[in-house]
Design a protein around this ligand. Structure first.
Ligand code: NOJ
Length: 533
């Protein structure tokens, strides 16, 4: 029990492709996710983000939800192809797209909600993928820098928190190594390392651009958002397990954080990937290298560190036979295990292990010189396809994880803000709409995509109002009240399919029947007239 430091910032988040919809509206170009999801077999039930939550049309509605929660900040991302349809500034800047984000930012500020803006949440312009191979190609660095520069130019008078990349681990590994995400490439053993190398350089370049051209005038901050699971040794008395767990975290968050804070890749990555590359008979390591100039250019390029965190694994040492090929996942020589007692209400990979959060935060503090941290994502999903607004397990998850963050702050970790992931249920990448992370339920069956508060809204709102956890009795009370109110909303929502059904009757069935009647009468009349003649 206890409160967070004064001025601690409470927020919720989203990303463009996951919520905006309007994939081809007002001059927006294609992103790699538009193209990927339009191919069969890439996502759960072939779901796409074509309309998603229709966030593009619902700025005011969604800000009223944020007000209901009393949020201090809202984290969203800018779709690169919405404002630069081909990804290339000199080709075309789409003013309608630019204005959508202007409207969103203005409306947030009007309501005293600070925008935290991500520049890249995975939706690369398709043209850049087709022409150059996306993040495999070094030319992305300059294209991304041009895009970032336009954003600073157009929005930087009002936006003071910039995140260059969201979770580059996923971009690199799932986009270019396993191919589960767009652009779906399976360049095992090399693709992820090469993509990450260019992303790190692109991040550094954008930070320098801000630093030299905009910082004086705009007085904002530029950081990166890294996601990392915590890895705990299976046996804390076994040196091999301890080393394996350390390696796991280094291959995850350290892969990006070490160059950004210290100038180069973690030694353990250099050692392991270098050794395996030699075993393979390669003359150089599959992990690219930075020149000494690049090292000093990259070092120190984050004004704050964004941290996305969801889960923990137990880790043990495991060697992979070379006959199975050389991949990112065999390079690290680890195996992940879970405790069957850990709750896992939603995504297959997401076990609720709150203490791992505190350990990860302490690891970041000691490894990277106690940087300023914003939690950019933390939350839990549900698998249920049926409607359930009484999300007691989400209340438990938030309560426990936020509490571990409070302990970490008392340990001396410099956490300045927390972003619940996510404001709304939304498109969950290759899992389509089957995993719901939202504080608000979105009825995707209804074309108006109405939002309904889950019980966790009531709970999170009270944490925000009290800036923490006042005392046991009160916190228990919050939970009780939250679960009481949700059942009424549940009934409302249960009635909703009926409403959608009625809409279908008036919008589709009635006009179709009328048209058919007219056609049949016309044919009948013609028949009568012919008979007469
Ligand atoms: C991290 C990603 O950044 C976000 O887009 C996604 O919704 C969450 N993981 C949950 O899978």
């Amino acid at each position: 029990y206890g409160t967070f430091p004064n001025g601690f910032s409470w927020g919720a988040g989203s990303s463009a492709y996951q919520t905006e919809g309007a994939w081809d509206k007002d001059g927006k170009g294609l992103s790699i996710w538009d193209v990927f999801t339009h191919k069969k077999g890439k996502t759960f039930l072939n779901d796409t983000g074509d309309s998603s939550c229709e966030g593009y049309y619902k700025i005011k509605d969604d800000i009223s939800l944020m007000k209901e929660l009393n949020l201090n900040h809202y984290r969203f991302s800018i779709s690169w192809p919405r404002i630069m349809p081909t990804g290339i500034r000199s080709d075309h800047v789409n003013e309608k797209g630019v204005n959508y984000y202007n409207a969103l930012i203005d409306e947030l500020l009007e309501h005293n909600i600070t925008p935290i803006v991500t520049l890249y949440h995975w939706d690369l312009p398709q043209v850049l993928q087709e022409k150059y191979g996306g993040w495999q190609n070094i030319s992305m660095i300059n294209y991304f820098n041009d895009f970032a520069n336009l954003c600073f130019e157009r929005y930087g008078d009002r936006v003071k928190y910039w995140i260059t990349f969201n979770n580059p681990w996923s971009v690199a590994v799932e986009g270019y190594e396993t191919g589960e995400h767009a652009p779906g490439l399976k360049l095992r053993g090399t693709g992820a390392y090469r993509a990450a190398h260019h992303i790190i350089k692109a991040h550094a370049k954008v930070w320098h651009t801000y630093d030299t051209q905009w910082r004086n005038k705009q007085r904002g901050m530029v950081g990166i958002s890294l996601s990392g699971d915590w890895g705990e040794p299976v046996d804390i008395t076994n040196q091999k397990d301890i080393e394996a767990a350390e390696r796991y975290v280094q291959f995850y968050i350290g892969w990006f954080a070490t160059p950004i804070f210290h100038g180069d890749y973690p030694q353990v990555m250099k050692d392991f990937i270098g050794r395996k590359s030699a075993q393979q008979g390669l003359g150089t390591s599959r992990l690219p290298t930075f020149s000494s100039q690049e090292k000093s250019y990259i070092k120190g390029t984050s004004d704050f560190l964004g941290v996305g965190h969801f889960t923990t694994h137990y880790i043990t040492q495991k060697s992979f036979p070379s006959s199975r090929g050389y991949t990112y996942f065999s390079d690290w020589d680890v195996a992940e295990l879970v405790d069957p007692r850990w709750p896992d209400p939603g995504s297959e990979w997401l076990y609720s292990v709150p203490w791992g959060f505190r350990r990860l935060l302490n690891f970041i503090k000691t490894q990277y010189g106690n940087p300023m941290i914003y939690i950019t994502e933390n939350g839990v999903s549900e698998k249920m396809m049926c409607t359930e607004l009484c999300d007691d397990w989400r209340i438990q998850y938030y309560k426990a994880y936020i509490n571990e963050m409070l302990k970490a702050i008392r340990d001396g970790v410099n956490v300045k803000g927390y972003t619940a992931w996510s404001l709304l249920d939304k498109f969950e990448w290759d899992e389509g709409y089957s995993e719901r992370f939202g504080l608000y339920y979105v009825d995707f069956r209804n074309k108006n995509k109405p939002r309904y508060p889950k019980a966790s809204v009531q709970f999170y709102k009270r944490i925000i109002r009290s800036n923490g956890f006042p005392n046991q009795r009160e916190v228990e009370n919050w939970r009780r009240k939250a679960t009481e109110t949700c059942s009424t909303s549940n009934q409302l929502l249960a009635a909703d399919p009926l409403t959608s059904h009625m809409e279908m009757v008036t919008e589709v069935v009635v006009p179709t029947v009328c048209t058919l009647c007219i056609l049949i009468s016309a044919v009948f009349l013609m028949f009568l007239l012919r008979k007469r003649n």
